[in-house]
Write a protein that binds this ligand. Structure first.
Ligand SMILES: Nc1ncnc2c1ncn2[C@@H]1O[C@H](COP(=O)(O)OP(=O)(O)OP(=O)(O)O)[C@@H](O)[C@H]1O
Ligand SMILES: [Mg+2]
Length: 298
C-alpha cells in the first residue's frame, strides 16, 4: 500500500492560496457591481478581427455617451492597447494596491497585460493556471470606477481557457460574436453559441467583419460573397448587428498603433460601428435583457 505523506507546510500553503483566490473573487464581484453591462466578444476562430471590433465598438459606445472600458484578456497576444493607441503606456498602482486603468481615446479605459510587459518582443509563456491567476489579479485590483460597459476581448477560440476567463467575471450580460464571410462563418457562430450556452449568457448578436470592399466611387464589392453572416445569424436564431467593410487603412492604423475609429471618423467602417453601437444599446439596454442585478432593481 502506498501512503501519500502531505506535510503540514503544504496543507498550509494550499489553504493560503485558496484564501487569496476567494478574497480576489470577492473583490471582483464588488468591483463588477459598479459596471452596468459586461459583454464578452467572441469568435470561434482566430484572426477574424475580434480585437479590432472590440476596440472600435468601445469607441463607438463612448461616442454615444457611454462610460466604457475594455479588458484585454488575451495574455499571449494583447493587441487592444495598440488598436486604441495606448501601447507603451503604464497602469498606475495606488499605495493601497488599487490599479488604475490607462485612459484611451474618447475616455475609454483600458486594462491589458501589455502594460506590464517590458518590451513588445517579450513573450508571455505562462501555463493555464498562472494565466488565470494573472487575469484574476488584474480584475481584482483594477479600480474601474462606475462604468456603463465593460467589453472583454478573449484570446482566440472558445475552449476551456476562454471559459475559465469568462467565468471569472460574474454576471456577464451578453456576448457579441464576430465572424467573417465564407464557410468559416457557420463554424464560428456555432462554436460561439455553444460557448454562450455553456456560460448561460444571452447572445447580443453577430457582427460580420471584412464583409465588402468599398471603391472610392462608393460602390461595394462583396469579395467573399454577400450576406453569409446575416443568413447564418437568422438560421441560428440570433440577431445580426451589422457588416464592417475590409479597408487597408484599418490594418495600417492598427499596425501603427493609431485608433482607426478616431483617425477616420468619416469612413464607412466607422459609420458602421456607430450603427452597430446603436443596435447593441437597443438590445442590451432597451429590452431589459442582460440587465445587471443592480439595474434590474432600479
Ligand atoms: N475590416 C478590416 N479591414 C482590414 N483589416 C482588418 C479588418 N479587421 C481586422 N483587420 C486586420 O486583421 C488582423 C486581425 O485582426 P484582429 O487582431 O482584430 O483579429 P483577432 O480575431 O482579434 O485575432 P486573434 O485571434 O489573433 O486575437 C489585424 O492585422 C487587423 O488590423
Ligand atoms: Mg485578438
Amino acid at each position: 500500500m502506498r501512503v501519500l505523506v502531505v506535510s503540514d507546510a503544504l496543507v498550509k500553503q494550499r489553504a493560503e492560496i485558496m484564501k487569496k483566490v476567494i478574497e480576489q473573487q470577492r473583490m471582483i464581484a464588488e468591483k463588477m457591481k459598479k459596471v452596468r453591462y459586461k459583454l464578452v466578444i467572441l469568435s470561434g476562430k482566430g484572426g477574424v478581427g475580434k480585437s479590432f471590433v472590440t476596440a472600435s465598438l468601445a469607441m463607438a459606445l463612448a461616442m454615444k455617451g457611454r462610460r466604457v472600458a475594455v479588458f484585454d484578456a488575451d495574455v499571449h497576444g494583447p493587441s487592444i492597447p495598440k488598436m486604441l493607441g495606448v501601447h507603451g503606456k503604464r497602469m498606475y498602482a495606488l499605495p493601497d494596491g488599487r490599479l488604475l486603468p490607462v485612459e484611451g481615446p474618447l475616455g475609454v479605459k483600458v486594462v491589458s497585460i501589455d502594460f506590464l510587459l517590458e518590451s513588445e518582443e517579450q513573450a508571455v509563456i505562462w501555463r493555464g493556471p498562472l494565466k488565470t491567476a494573472a487575469i484574476r489579479e488584474l480584475l481584482a485590483y483594477t479600480d474601474w470606477g462606475e462604468l456603463d460597459y465593460l467589453l472583454v476581448d478573449l484570446p482566440p477560440g472558445t475552449g476551456d481557457e476562454q471559459l475559465t476567463i469568462a467565468q471569472l467575471i460574474p454576471g456577464l450580460s451578453g456576448t457579441i460574436i464576430v465572424t467573417i464571410p465564407s464557410d468559416v462563418a457557420r463554424i464560428v457562430v456555432k462554436k460561439a453559441i455553444t460557448f454562450a450556452k455553456r456560460l448561460n449568457i444571452p447572445i447580443v448578436g453577430v457582427i460580420e467583419n471584412m464583409s465588402y470592399f468599398e471603391c472610392p466611387d462608393g460602390s461595394r464589392h462583396y469579395i467573399f460573397g454577400k450576406g453569409a453572416g446575416r443568413r447564418i445569424a437568422e438560421e441560428m436564431g440570433v440577431p445580426f448587428l451589422g457588416e464592417i467593410p475590409i479597408d487597408p487603412r484599418i490594418s495600417k492604423a492598427n499596425d501603427e498603433g493609431k485608433p482607426f475609429f478616431v483617425e477616420y471618423p468619416d469612413s464607412s467602417a466607422a459609420k458602421a460601428f456607430l450603427e452597430i453601437a446603436e443596435r447593441v444599446i437597443e438590445r442590451v439596454e432597451g429590452k431589459g435583457e442582460g440587465r445587471s442585478e443592480s439595474q434590474a432593481k432600479e
